[in-house]
Design a protein around this ligand. Sequence first.
Ligand code: GDP
Length: 194
Amino acid sequence: NLEIVFVGRSNVGKSSLLRELFGAKVRVGRRPGVTLRPRHAQASDLLITDMPGFGFMSGVKDRKQDIVKDQTVRYIEDNAERIKIGVLVIDGPTFPQIVDRWDSRDQIPVDIEMFDFLREIGIDTIVAANKMDKVKEDEYDPLLDEVAGRLGLEPPWQNWKHLIAPISAKKGDLKAIKGLLRDRLHEMKRDDLF
Ligand code: GDP
């Protein structure tokens, strides 16, 4: 069994992306009540895991974000053997500012922490920069350069096209992430998913 995990802050469009990618194979909708457990779906022998969004219950307690983060880290560590791909979903247009806001408080943004963590434990990680439909054409490349830079990836972002997938779940523009997933699944001889 192989597993792909999807992680990201609340409201970045992770559910929308999962729905667009896997459709009926993944149950999406409101999480009933306050559950921090991952949700799973199976597509042939591939397990697709939707981790709870960081900052979920935002405004209630800062601690909540830490709990979600710790549980996510623990889940990924415990299942690292079979987790082959990690997809970090970010809100592309706001990502640089969000990172800078955390930096100004001398805190490491949870997205960056997750990105580093996934790579450190050897999970092939894709960053899905969602909501790119909000970005004007002439701001598209400069924004993605900033996104890459904040992730510690030296711009230009085009050097990181094997890691960064600019997408719009809303517009159904998922070429970039489908391409990256297809490449990786092909290497694992699982070409049948998309
Ligand atoms: P989740 O909390 O990460 O699962 O995010 P959702 O999928 O529930 O989406 C959060 C909000 O972002 C919703 O209002 C979506 O309509 C919106 N959204 C999701 N994807 C996109 C996108 O690609 N572009 C834009 N403009 N909005 C999006």
